[in-house]
Write a protein that binds this ligand. Structure first.
Ligand code: HEC
Length: 302
């Protein structure tokens, strides 16, 4: 029996350590042991130390026991047993109290009058374990109602909306750091100085031969006016630079040379040129590009 307790104590301690590690590190989607592999080492040390303590305590116990005289041993056994007995008695009593059952010999006191073809009914008290559980649910209902319907605690719907909002922030954060994922559908106008500067250097390195350094146009069209052959706005410009212009016009598909995030930067830079006055602007080509619904003046580069 003592060995069973020892094993339970060791296992319990290790389990407690695991739970504590998990709670304190608050890592929701990964286990703490995946993030910090050295925790395995600490866990191992805890296990070995607990094992060592249990073994030496057990050994000490049996040595002391053997060193007793036979009378002292009998005395010791007796007190141990009566302690155990008292503990068991306590549990038995608690169990009986929770059931509150009439002993079979006194059932006559609670039998009801009616008699259905010889079948009769006992009027037992409600078992206290059940009754207290019932009271607890009533109290809980009040606490719940006051908390959620009077003081306006977050309801399930609100919790859901909060989680969705948090997830959206996380997605936006993820997209910011994973620009390689950009496609025509997901690209958005970049307005940060660093992105526009990067876009400018891509432009100066690749595009000025045909579009001029100020975007005024040469072989390629003027990029500073409101007229676009292939459509304005970040999505169209991103697409044009990625896939190239109409065949045979000279605007190649830049996706083989530029990464999607570089294309987004240079496209945003091109749109930031809108409204500037180049030295020798080319005549407008294409159509006046209207802001589409869903696009703001922002995404048009104004
Ligand atoms: C070899 C010359 C050449 C180079 C280099 C070049 N382009 Fe072009 N670009 C053109 C031509 C020609 C067109 C017109 C395409 C058509 O009419 O289909 C064009 C069209 C465009 C358009 C669409 C304009 C509109 O009115 O719809 C954009 C945007 C553009 N280029 C951006 C760039 C960017 C950014 C670079 C550098 C990464 C670049 N181009 C490099 C020749 C060039």
């Amino acid at each position: 029996m003592n060995q069973v307790y020892s094993i339970l104590r060791v296992v319990g301690l290790v389990a407690l350590a695991i739970v504590l590690a998990q709670i304190t590190l608050e890592n929701t989607d990964k286990s703490a042991f995946e993030v910090y592999p050295f925790l395995w080492l600490i866990l191992g040390v805890i296990f070995l130390v607990a094992l060592a303590i249990e073994i030496s305590a057990g050994a000490l116990h049996s040595v002391l026991y053997k060193s007793l005289t036979p009378e002292a041993r009998a005395q010791f056994d007796h007190t141990e047993n009566s302690k155990k007995e008292a503990k068991l008695e306590l549990w038995r009593k608690a169990y009986k109290n929770l059931l509150d059952k009439k002993p079979v010999e006194n059932e006559g006191e609670i039998i009801l009058d009616h008699d259905y073809d010889g079948i009769r009914e006992l009027d037992n008290n409600l078992p206290p374990w059940w009754l207290y559980g019932f009271y607890a649910t009533i109290i809980f209902a009040f606490v719940y109602m006051i908390n959620y319907h009077v003081y306006g605690g977050t309801t399930q719907k609100e919790e859901y909306l909060i989680e969705v909002a948090e997830a959206e922030i996380e997605i936006a954060e993820y997209k910011k750091n994973a620009k390689g994922l950009l496609t025509t559908n997901t690209v958005e106008l970049l307005t940060e100085e660093a992105d526009l500067t990067a876009g400018k250097s891509v432009f100066l390195a690749n595009c000025i031969a045909c579009h001029k350094a100020d975007g005024g146009g040469g072989i390629g069209p003027n990029l500073t006016d409101a007229y676009w052959i292939l459509g304005g706005g970040i999505k169209n410009v991103f697409n044009t630079v990625t896939e190239g212009g109409r065949p045979g016009k000279g605007m190649v598909a830049w996706k083989t040379n530029l990464k999607p995030d570089e294309i987004a930067q240079v496209a945003s830079y091109v749109l930031s040129l809108h409204g500037t006055t180049p030295a020798e602007p080319k005549e407008p080509e294409g159509e006046l590009y209207e802001v589409e619904s869903g696009e703001t003046a922002e995404t048009q580069g104004k």
